[in-house]
Design a protein around this ligand. Structure first.
Ligand code: BTN
Length: 133
């Protein structure tokens, strides 16, 4: 590898890692509903994995972990949970979108529920997550 290619490689690797720097992993976040967001891995492109435990009593699929898939780019963050695991299928998914700054993540979410006859219901809200560790 020539010097120029090596320098480019270093710069590009640094740049892709910088996207993910606002999101520490592993980390544990909780929101104002008491739900837990656990972040496990983030790659050089900002794609991350984790688990979400819904603790909001007015919603279904609570108190069990569901997979999280998301992306962080600078301070912007988005992630999705499909509410289906080995034990329960709530026939719904939620997508959060917002910003992460230090120990605070402010998000808006949209939940999509698909009923048995294919009827789609959407609900919206906001969640603020605080980093626990
Ligand atoms: C469902 O009821 O269809 C699945 C659980 C949804 C929980 C929602 S997601 C947005 C909001 N934030 C939470 O922490 N819980 C609720």
């Amino acid at each position: 590898m020539g010097r120029l290619s090596a320098a480019l490689f270093v710069v590009m690797t640094y740049a892709s890692c910088a996207f993910a720097q606002s999101l520490p992993v592993p980390s544990h976040w909780t929101n104002q509903r008491g739900s837990d967001l656990l972040l496990y891995t983030v790659d050089g492109k900002g794609a991350f994995t984790g688990a979400f435990i819904n603790r909001a009593p007015e919603f279904a699929c609570d108190n069990l972990p569901y997979d999280v898939r998301g992306r962080v780019h600078g301070h912007h963050i988005s992630f999705t949970v499909a509410w289906k695991n080995s034990f329960q299928d709530c026939k719904s998914h939620t997508s959060w979108s917002g910003s992460v700054t230090g120990n605070t993540m402010m998000t808006w979410w949209v939940e999509t529920y698909v009923g048995n006859k294919g009827a789609v219901k959407k609900s919206r809200g906001s969640d603020t997550f605080r980093k626990q560790f």
